[in-house]
Every structure is written in structure tokens, then in C-alpha cells.
Design a protein around this ligand. Structure first.
Ligand code: NAD
Ligand code: UDP
Length: 316
């Protein structure tokens, strides 16, 4: 198997590179390093099964030789990142998806799109099932990400229907683990770093909004099973264990033993109030469900951030 992973130097993409190499794939990682890091894949450099191409996939993609799978993961993914790079986010969701589909079509390869729970917007149905069409504000600040991913899903289904391509769509819910960026801006790495540094923990709004956090190894296993399945309709992959953001902050304080205070700041515009995946489809068609409970996942993630922060502080 020869597999192209766009966004392979990012948080999830780099874990996918590791996983597929372990499964015997040749992996070609294409990444512009907009929000990813060479450190995430440096351990693979020199491995004959791995190749890195620095390239912006919103421009035409050229890969020589046979390709069996194209996994399209390139896109800014945290609200902080896509608000900093709104046009790049729209371009990689539209033009980047078009180019990645074009590559897969030329090579007669399978195509898998990394979509998101953000396609459901600020949901009015709870938990979110794949047949829910969502509640999205196209002109709000989050619209650049949500609509780009909705467009990417529509384009993937059009290639499936009109070009009879073998396609997959995974709707990823909040995922966490080692290799998230310290300055990612997402709640979970933010709270861990704030707790480790003894800074105030910044909970937005009243903290009663909910999310459901999935550990990255569970997600990657689900994506692999989806790739091997015949399911072309979207599949939610996430951990249905739902908590409030205030509760998450308290759990991280308890785990780190930090003396940080929790402070409350303004809630960002259109911040979803609730989010929880309905994973019945993943259970039924993939035989998948998450295995890592939050306490275990948080401990593993905390260990990574302790190491990263200490080397970061030393090199500052
Ligand atoms: P990330 O920012 O760590 O990774 C994204 C990668 O894409 C980065 O390495 C970045 O440099 C690269 N990239 C961005 N634009 C590019 C372009 N034009 N050309 C080439 N490379 C480009 O984010 P992540 O959390 O690993 O997310 C990966 C994918 O999963 C994204 O598509 C995201 O929308 C999706 N997703 C993630 C989550 C999550 O909780 N992490 C949730 C839902 C969906
Ligand atoms: N959040 C927070 N403090 C932070 C960062 C985020 O309270 O420092 C909140 C954010 O407003 C949202 C939730 O935590 O309600 C999850 O945010 P994240 O950026 O992790 O991802 P989202 O699910 O919003 O894409």
C-alpha cells in the first residue's frame, strides 16, 4: 500500500503516519507546515517507508508512481488557527480537497476526507447523528472552517457519485493527545499548559458548554477501520463521554496538582453550547468504539506537555 497523507505533519496526521507505517504502508506526507511541525515527523525521516514533501495542497499536487490511498487531513483545525488563517482554511477545504480528490482519481486510489463535528454547527439535536444536517452560521467567524468542511463533504460525495470513486468521510469530534501544539489555543492543551505554568485557567463563558473528548489512538484506529470498510456515508468518530468545559478545567487542576485559579472570559462568537457524538453507525459498520477513558488519556497527554514545556522553557 502506498498512502498519501495531506496534513501529515500535524497532530492527527503524524499519528496516522506512524500507525500506517506500522501496518506496512509506504507513507507520503504532504504538508505546508502552516500549523504543523517537523518535530512531529522527525523520527520518521530516514525511514525508507516514509517520504515528506513540503507543499501547499491548495496548489496542484504532483506525486509520482502508484498511490493506493489519499487521506486528506490538511487544514487549520483549532478555532484559534482558523481565525488567524481564514482564507487559507477556505482554500484548503475547497481547492485542497479538489486537488486531493483529483490526485486520487488520477491514481485510481481510495480517498478519505477528514471532516468534523463542526459541520453540525451549534447543534439543536443532541447527541449528533450523521443524518442531522446541522445549524451553521455561514457568515460568522467560524463559517470559514464549517462551510469549507461542508463544501469538502459535498465535493467528496460528488466525486463518489459522478466519478464512481471509492470515498470515505470521517466526522471527527474533539480529539486530544501528544503532539497538540502548546499554543494551539484549544481548551485542553491550553488548560494543561496554564496549569503546568501556574497561570490562570481561562474558561470561556460560564463554562457550562459541553464537549466530548476522544484520545488520539482511538481516533486513528477508527479511521483505519473506516478506510478498510465499504462505508461511503459520513461516520462520526469520537468519544461520547460528555463533560462541561468547567469540569474539564477542574479535572486538569486535580491531575496536575496545580495552584492555578480558574477565571472566566468572554465566550467566542457562535461557540457551540453542546457537543456529543452518536457513534451507533461506527459501532455497527466498523465494530469500533473508544477504549481510552479520559483520566488515562489526560495522564498520557500531561506527560507529553511536561516534556515539551521543559525543553521549550530551556531553549527559550
Ligand atoms: P493540525 O493543525 O495539527 O494539522 C493540520 C495540518 O495540515 C498541519 O500540519 C498543517 O501544516 C497542514 N496544512 C494546513 N493547510 C495546509 C495546506 N494548504 N497544504 C498542506 N498542508 C496544510 O490539526 P489536527 O488537529 O491534526 O487536524 C487534522 C485534520 O483533522 C484537519 O482536517 C481537521 O479539520 C480535522 N479535525 C480535527 C479535530 C481535532 O479535534 N483535532 C476535530 C475535527 C476535525
Ligand atoms: N475554551 C475555553 N478556554 C480556552 C479555550 C477554549 O473555555 O482557553 C472553550 C471554547 O470556548 C469551547 C471549548 O472550550 O467552548 C472547546 O474549545 P476548543 O477550542 O478546544 O474546540 P472547539 O470544540 O470549540 O472547536
Amino acid at each position: 500500500m502506498r498512502t498519501v497523507i495531506t496534513g501529515g505533519a500535524g497532530f492527527i496526521g503524524s499519528h496516522l503516519c506512524d500507525y500506517l507505517i506500522e501496518k506496512g504502508h509506504q507513507v507520503i506526507c504532504i504538508d505546508s507546515l502552516l500549523t504543523g511541525k517537523v518535530e512531529n515527523i522527525v523520527h520518521l525521516m530516514g525511514n525508507s517507508q516514509f517520504r515528506f514533501i513540503k507543499h501547499n495542497v491548495s496548489d496542484y499536487i504532483y506525486v509520482d508512481g502508484q498511490v493506493d490511498n489519499v487521506l486528506h487531513f490538511a487544514s487549520p483545525a483549532s478555532p484559534f488557527d482558523y481565525l488567524e488563517f481564514p482564507i487559507q482554511t477556505l482554500k484548503v477545504g475547497s481547492l485542497g480537497t479538489l486537488n486531493s480528490l483529483g490526485l486520487a482519481k488520477t491514481k485510481k486510489a481510495k480517498f478519505l476526507l477528514a471532516s468534523t463535528s463542526e459541520v453540525y454547527g451549534d447543534p439543536q439535536i443532541h447527541p449528533q447523528r450523521e443524518d442531522y444536517w446541522g445549524h451553521v452560521n455561514p457568515v460568522g467567524p467560524r463559517g470559514v472552517y464549517d462551510e469549507a468542511k461542508r463544501f469538502a463533504e459535498a465535493m467528496t460525495m460528488a466525486y463518489h457519485r459522478y466519478h464512481h470513486m471509492d470515498t470515505r468521510i470521517v466526522r471527527i469530534f474533539n480529539t486530544y493527545g501528544p503532539r497538540m501544539r502548546v499554543k494551539d489555543g484549544r481548551a485542553l492543551p491550553n488548560f494543561i499548559c496554564q496549569a503546568l505554568r501556574g497561570e490562570d485557567i481561562t474558561v470561556f463563558g460560564n463554562g457550562l458548554q459541553t464537549r466530548s473528548f476522544c484520545y488520539v489512538s482511538d481516533l486513528v484506529e477508527g479511521i483505519y477501520r473506516l478506510l478498510l470498510s465499504n462505508e461511503y456515508d459520513p461516520v462520526n468518530i469520537g468519544n461520547p463521554e460528555e463533560i462541561t468545559i468547567h469540569q474539564l478545567a477542574k479535572e486538569i487542576l486535580a491531575l496536575t496538582g496545580s495552584k492555578s485559579r480558574i477565571i472566566f472570559k468572554t465566550l467566542p462568537v457562535d461557540d457551540p453550547k453542546i457537543r456529543q457524538p452518536d457513534i451507533s453507525r461506527a459501532k455497527k459498520v466498523l465494530g469500533w468504539e473508544p477504549k481510552i477513558v479520559r483520566e488515562e488519556g489526560l495522564r498520557k497527554t500531561l506527560r507529553y506537555f511536561k516534556d515539551t514545556l521543559s525543553s521549550f522553557e530551556k531553549n527559550r
